[in-house]
Each structure stands twice: as structure tokens, then as C-alpha cells.
Design a protein around this ligand. Structure first.
Ligand code: 13P
Ligand code: 13P
Ligand code: MG
Ligand code: MG
Ligand code: MG
Length: 365
């Protein structure tokens, strides 16, 4: 029987401003998921948070897009929203776009990454959770895990990885998708993946047998809501070892704190800082953007662990670099490329400013 890992996340309120969710919300989610485990809808679960986003990591036997599992997550977020409102937390219910569940949590605000697989004799699985950024933040590191031999030594030296991986890429603007093979189509794939606001890796599979390797949440809140209601703050699930990148190859791309969109008001580029769970409190200019990683062994659909992957002094230099880059970027103030270009800005006063100036603009020869 196959095991499903479902990671469903939402921001339903935080302290102070957008920094971090509240323990009472995590407790409410725990009560609801514990009951679902008792009733055997879930086999196991682990609840964490990155900043103001609650991440429900759930294992079960019901397959992807299971209505009951999605409804469970939705109810947990709805109940946590009530608690957030009672405490007048900031952004109570922020990511919930609809108050009635309609069969699938997709399109309702929360982000969702899932994968179903037949467990191997040992199945290391990594869950990544972000705050203050968007799904395209995963393009560079996931590409490097599965296609860059300078990151993943196994692509060169391990015959079980040598055949490469397929990348399923979503065009989130035109609502279409394409699957591209690496290494064969690497340059064409990168031509898309460099556009992180539009082309987003959804799944990675092993070319030799189609086995699922990675799954990423691709929901973009502002595209769903039609207005700015916070950043997407995506999640990802990655399998590792024995035909997949080793654990150390899975986390290695995050040693480089690459620039991602998000940060203050979802409208600034900044470095993605890899942090321990204890440091997942984005404060400076509401950031800089954070990522945590939890490593589990999945065993008969139980979650063994986790190990807090970035709680390692070997990532101290990455955090230092991220802080230095944050200083450098901040000095640009409201100027691009710190501030996002107008068409990608979540919040914008530009149309109003242009309207006000309309009569004062003069044609030039
Ligand atoms: P160990 O000898 O510690 O099991 O290491 C094996 C390995 O291949 C690490 O990448
Ligand atoms: P969140 O999506 O994490 O709530 O961030 C919103 C924001 O505008 C931070 O400045
Ligand atoms: Mg928030
Ligand atoms: Mg957030
Ligand atoms: Mg958000």
C-alpha cells in the first residue's frame, strides 16, 4: 500500500505584525489533527511553522488531493482563525479566501504540496517551509539538487542518478504546464526557470522509472485573490538517498542565500536565509525571507524524526552572507532591484500616482 505525504500550509494570524504564529493556533491545529489520527484518517502528522505560516505535515494512505484530508486541513485553519480572532492576532484568517470548503483546498488560499509513493526499505523525506517569499524561490535550489553536478555529486558518480530527472514546470500566468528532461534539455529548462514569478517547478520525477522525487506548492495568493493579501510562503517535499540526491545534496543549494521576491509587503527582493526552527522569526524589515527544513524517515507512513536540518553551524556562513546581502539590498530603499518592478509588486501606489500626474505629463518631441 502506498504512503501519501501531504503538506498544507496557511497563515491565519501572527504576533507581532507578520513575524510569527502563536502557540495557541498550533495547539488548536494539534487538537484537530490528533483526532484525525485517532480516527485513522491520518497515520501520523507533525505541525511546524516558519514565521507566521503554519505547516501541517501529514501522512496517510488516501492518495493525493483526498477530499477528507484537505477538508481536515481547512477545518484546522478555520478553527485556528477563530482563536486568532479572539486574541486579535495580526492578519487573523489572512490566507483563507473562502469560508466554505468545496472539495479541494487548492484555490482556497492555503498552499499544498503532496506526493504518493511506495515506501522503500528506507525513505528519507525532507520538508521545506518558507516565509516571506513565493513559490519561484524553489526553482534555483530544486534545479541544483536534481540537475547540477556541481551541487549533487551523485549525478556524476552514482549510476542510479546518472539518467537524470524530469521537471514538470507550471506556467502560473497562462495556467499550462510542460515537462522537461535534464540534463538533455537543461538550457531550455533554465530559460523558463529563471523567470521565477511565472514558471515554477511543480514536480520532479526520476527519468528511469518516473518515481516521484519532489513536489512543491505553486499557489500564488495574489493571482487567486486578485489583490495583495500576503506572500505565498511556499512549501516543498523532497525524497532522498538510494536513487535520489543524498540528504546533504538536498540541503546544499541553500548554503547560497539566493535572492527571492517577497520580504517587506511582498514587494522586495532579498536573500533566502536558511535557519533553524528556533530562528524562523523574520523580523528585520519583515524578513529577510526564511526557509526551514525538517528531515524525516518515513516508516509505514509514520514520521520518524525530525532533524532540524539548518540547525547546523556549517550554515552560519550562509546566514552571515544573507545578513550582509540584506544590508546591501536595504540601502537601495525604494529603488529597484531591491523593490520589485512595478508589474510584480504586490502592493502598489503607482497607478494612483500616475493618475494624479496625468494632467502634468507633457509630450516630448
Ligand atoms: P557514512 O559512512 O557516514 O554512512 O556516509 C555515507 C555517505 O555516503 C555520506 O554521503
Ligand atoms: P506574510 O505573507 O508572511 O503574511 O507577509 C506579509 C507582508 O506583507 C510582510 O511585510
Ligand atoms: Mg502574515
Ligand atoms: Mg508568511
Ligand atoms: Mg503569506
Amino acid at each position: 500500500m502506498k504512503t501519501t505525504v501531504s503538506v498544507i500550509k496557511a497563515d491565519v494570524g501572527s504576533v507581532a505584525g507578520h513575524a510569527v504564529t502563536h502557540g495557541a493556533l498550533l495547539k488548536k491545529c494539534d487538537e484537530i489533527l490528533a483526532k484525525a489520527k485517532e480516527e485513522e484518517l491520518l497515520t501520523d502528522y507533525y505541525i511546524t511553522n516558519c514565521g507566521d505560516d503554519i505547516d501541517l505535515i501529514m501522512t496517510h494512505k488516501n492518495g493525493e488531493e483526498n477530499e477528507e484530508v484537505h477538508e481536515l486541513a481547512f477545518n484546522a485553519f478555520m478553527e485556528a482563525t477563530k482563536v486568532a480572532k479572539s486574541l486579535k492576532l495580526y492578519g487573523a484568517g489572512q490566507d483563507i479566501l473562502s469560508d466554505t470548503f468545496s472539495g479541494n483546498i487548492k484555490g482556497m488560499g492555503p498552499g499544498c504540496a503532496e506526493m504518493e509513493f511506495k515506501e522503500r526499505p528506507s525513505d528519507p523525506v525532507f520538508v521545506f517551509c518558507c516565509d516571506k517569499t513565493e513559490p519561484g524561490a524553489f526553482n534555483l535550489p530544486v534545479f541544483r539538487m536534481f540537475a547540477d553536478p556541481f551541487n549533487t555529486a551523485g549525478l556524476v558518480i552514482d549510476p542510479s542518478l546518472h539518467g537524470g530527472y524530469d521537471f514538470e514546470i507550471f506556467d502560473v500566468i497562462e495556467h499550462r504546464k510542460v515537462t522537461m528532461s535534464c540534463p538533455d534539455e537543461m538550457y531550455d529548462a533554465l530559460a523558463l526557470l529563471g523567470s521565477i514569478g511565472r514558471y515554477i517547478i511543480k514536480h520532479v520525477t526520476r527519468r528511469s522509472d518516473g518515481e516521484i522525487a519532489a513536489s512543491i506548492s505553486t499557489e500564488r495568493l495574489n493571482l487567486m485573490a486578485g489583490k495583495y493579501i500576503g506572500k505565498d510562503d511556499p512549501v516543498a517535499i523532497v525524497r532522498s538517498q538510494s536513487g535520489f540526491p543524498a540528504a546533504g545534496e538536498v540541503v546544499e543549494p541553500f548554503a547560497f542565500p539566493h535572492l527571492v521576491g517577497g520580504w517587506m509587503r511582498g514587494s522586495h527582493n532579498g536573500p533566502l536565509m536558511p535557519v533553524s526552527q528556533a530562528q524562523a522569526h523574520p523580523v528585520r524589515f519583515d524578513g529577510p525571507p526564511r526557509i526551514i527544513s525538517l528531515g524525516f524517515q518515513v516508516s509505514d507512513a509514520r514520521l520518524i524524526g525530525p532533524l532540524d536540518m539548518f540547525d547546523d553551524p556549517a550554515f552560519d556562513n550562509s546566514r552571515k552572507t544573507a545578513s550582509d546581502v540584506a544590508d546591501y539590498m536595504r540601502r537601495h530603499g525604494p529603488f529597484e532591484p531591491h523593490r520589485l518592478p512595478a508589474d510584480e509588486m504586490e502592493y502598489t501606489s503607482l497607478p494612483g500616482v500616475l493618475e494624479k500626474l496625468e494632467d502634468r505629463f507633457e509630450d516630448m518631441d
